[in-house]
Design a protein. Structure first.
Length: 333
């Protein structure tokens, strides 16, 4: 069994896939499986089928759909989501994997830095306020800035770059929820893991490079974002704290309205929120799932939970590892 599975969802075009594969194949640790889940035709021009498992996703699949398909097809106890177009730095995986020595850690957030200026931090995860506002933990003049105030419920991975413990995922269904968009789905998952009792760790030695223009943004537009954002809030009330969350939520929405003025997308966003509110009764199943995951975590905590042997990190010198044919530039077959 591999130590961890690196899953690369590819949506729309394969332009960034090869950039990502070059860096992953060059810097991957031993016992790593690589899966590229592609929703558009790709003929593997570099003949990497012996090192990369290519999985065809149905045409029109979104990022979250490709990610879930990759999770279901993967075999390792740790899964790593990595968006096509991102590049990994040396040691990015070993640093993150070491965090899972703590059985309470369910997710690890790597740093996403600017490929043109690696000292500039683009993302150190996602914060979520009790009032229901998700925000990217970003930078100002190269300095990391976390969400301020006691209302922040945590810093979580983004769906574009995240490591997860499979056993923790399985306690919440085993994959990302659909219907919340390609970024808010990761916030939903992280809130559920936090409520269950798990922790998310930020690993500064795990570094991933991205173009500044491709950095994820959580600010939404229109009906789809309003629907997903409101669903996210109501699905996770137990994790946010019922009284404080319900009291703060109207102010959070009011702030979004002010920030969105005078764009026309505001009306669609508010309509989406209204539809989600009127569906509040359907969130009962999610709340039951959260309570069950919490009970499972509490019960597991009473039993020995040793680190599986395949997760123990080999700290030997890189020179001691056998050379791989992929540790060079890709050449067309």
């Amino acid at each position: 069994m591999p130590r961890f599975s690196c899953i690369i969802p590819v949506v729309g075009n394969t332009q960034g896939l090869e950039t990502t594969l070059v860096s992953v194949l060059q810097h991957r640790p031993d016992d790593c499986e690589i899966l590229a889940v592609v929703n558009t035709p790709y003929d593997d021009p570099y003949d990497l089928k012996d090192e990369v498992r290519f999985i065809d996703a149905p045409a029109g699949s979104r990022y979250v759909d490709c990610a879930n398909l990759g999770i279901r097809a993967s075999a390792a106890p740790i899964v790593h989501l990595l968006a096509a177009g991102l590049e990994v730095a040396e040691g990015w995986a070993d640093a993150a994997l070491a965090r899972f020595a703590d059985p309470a850690v369910a997710a690890v957030t790597p740093l996403v830095c600017d490929a043109a200026d690696p000292d500039r931090l683009l993302s150190a995860g996602v914060g979520f306020s009790r009032g229901g506002r998700p925000t990217i933990r970003a930078t100002i003049h190269g300095t990391a800035k976390a969400d301020s105030g006691s209302s922040a419920t945590g810093i979580f991975p983004t769906a574009r770059a995240a490591f997860y413990r499979r056993a923790a995922l399985e306690s919440l269904g085993g994959e990302f929820p659909v219907g919340l968009g390609d970024e808010l789905c990761a916030v939903d998952l992280a809130l559920g893991l936090q409520y269950a009792g798990y922790r998310a760790a930020l690993e500064e030695e795990s570094r991933i490079l991205s173009s500044a223009s491709a950095a994820a943004a959580l600010g939404g537009k229109g009906f789809g974002y309003g629907l997903a954002a409101e669903r996210l809030f109501w699905r996770n009330l137990p994790a946010s704290g019922w009284l404080a969350a319900v009291a703060l939520h109207p102010w959070t929405v009011a702030g979004e309205v002010l920030r969105s003025l005078p764009r026309l997308e505001l009306f669609g966003q508010m309509l989406g929120r209204a539809v989600a509110i009127f569906s509040a009764g359907s969130y009962r199943t999610r709340h039951q799932q959260l309570r069950a995951a919490r009970a499972e975590f509490a019960e597991r905590g009473s039993r020995p939970n040793a680190l599986p042997p395949q997760l123990r990190i080999d700290r030997g010198h890189p020179q001691s590892r056998p050379a791989r044919p992929s540790d060079v530039r890709l050449r067309r077959a």
